[in-house]
Design a protein. Sequence first.
Length: 423
Amino acid sequence: MDKDNITIDTSRFQEISISYLKKLSGDKVLTFDVLDQNGNTVFSAGQSLNEEVLKKKSEEGVKFFIPRVTETIGVYDREIIDMKKLKAIADDTATMYMDIRKTGRMSYEQFLQSNNQLAAIVDSLRAEDKTGGVLSLLKEIKEFDYITYTHSVNVGVLAMILVYKELSTGDKVKLAALAGYLHDIGKLRVDQSIIQKPGLLTYEEYKKVIEHTREGYRILDSVVDSTGKKVVPNIIKYVALFHHRKLQSPGYPFRDDDKDKTRETQYNELPDLARIMGICDMYDALTSATPFRMPMSVEKALRYILNLSNYLYSTDDVHRFVKVLGLSLNKGNPFLRLGDFIMLESEKVSLDTRKKVRVYEIARIEEISRINFLNPKVMIFYDVVRNKKLNNITVDLRYDTSRRIVRVFESTRIREMLLRQLK
């Protein structure tokens, strides 16, 4: 093969060294195709690389190419939603929720009002909001009970913009927004003195609070039109019911143990929107001030949520949230930083059992930018499972998608310990 005759489109594919490919050999599985200089597939995604084959191909004059990573760089110089619009909805929410608290029911007219207000915001979103824009949430607290109203608006907006940025249809975006807005409506049937209690709840009070998920379902299920037909989509009711379910921790409503299903299976059987709403709910709670708790900064909250991967939430769901919303929430700045020590999670097939097992490695971020902040170039130096120092391996996570970041180490003591291991 003529090594100098390169016919592959180099604007779409970039050359990769054999030394880099050797690091992906063994029991790892390729997540992308490897082509030669003429555009022919040498190794296909889904297969493992053999170091001997790599060497032979290289000696034959084969040069290796992989797809270039191309991403749209968004502009983060303006707000996606006018804060005045959100404050107006919060004020209307306060009036509506006070009425619902008195009656314990939501009328058809109130449901339509909620839907129409959020739909108007969805219809006003711009095309450039899909790839950029700053997303600010309501933080002003007029009084204690106002937290409930701003939280409803904030979670609705988080869900709205997340689904919008995923290029979903307008109807799906409106559905997600309404589901987020109404997710905590069941709290209107919980005694206000318990909701507003600044200290620890008693066991009896806690039981009443966690009942808000079932009460939310009941309120939404009872909304009917003039003909008596139920009007709230089932997915909105399911979000109200299941948004506090977790992965490793059971959450609530409490689930029955199923010997035939793992916790991961039971979690993944939940509606997609209910799972992601749990993260939206968590994020707003972390970043909102209350009379008895200071808010986290946006950056700290995003790092905190990343650290919940494969614990309270699945890694897929956490990465979906932080990847889609992270830059807009943090004003265009990556929440991970150069020099951060991180933990990577991947899967490999055990040679003993032939079953998939999780592998955890510790690495340091060597290169990071706005467009690849979740897939930086890292130096891997420690195997957590085998408790063993590794020879330093530099990996670009844009191309090695089998590994994903699941932890970022915040403790100064742990960072100093890891720095000693790296030397």
